[in-house]
Design a protein around this ligand. Sequence first.
Ligand code: E4P
Length: 222
Amino acid sequence: MKIFLDTASLPEIVWAAGAGLIDGVTTNPSLLAQEDSETDPRDHLSEIARSVSGPVGAEVVAVDAEGMYREGRDLAKVADSIIVMVPMLEEGIVATRRLTSEGIRVCTTLIFTPAQALLAAKSGARYVSPFVGRLEDIGQDGVSVVAQTREIFMHYGLECELIAASVRTPLHFIGCARAGADAAAVPPAVLRNMLVHPLTDRGVDQFLHDWSKRIARSRAGV
Ligand code: E4P
């Protein structure tokens, strides 16, 4: 499964890309708003695109079809790797159709049901992004939306890729991987959580402790 780092933080992206852990980046207006307000967001996105090989999601903020289309077209010019993220609104579907007919890759975001995902795929979206954690916030099963969407896309041979988003825990990540998501949008903190295990740390401590005893014995000539 591909991992898209869900952040606009350049140091985090540089770290994860350097470690070979990520296949792209997803951003949203809230994440970009956390970054330096002096920098033009487009310059920031362009810097992200230079820091990672793979797609970079950049979201429109207009809510009318014409505005989304214009913004999407401009965002797509920032870098070849930009995927334009368009929210799952009626106007968004219209904008998606226009953008995709011009060869611009669109990810329909803020998906909460398999029906929304199917409609987004029909409108030409290259990616759909169901939000797992936000469904759980309201007591619904986000992973099952990913699983049902996968099943539906397989039935009809839809080529639209499934990016599980709002992945807030390693368990969400595993659930989405088991459900067959093509990618997961994972925040840096969750990626780091997935790296670690207390038994790994304890094992390393034990190995080093035993090794230092052996060194001490050999220095003492015993
Ligand atoms: C994905 O594109 C979104 O940026 C993200 O996954 C949202 O996650 P959140 O619900 O934790 O804010």
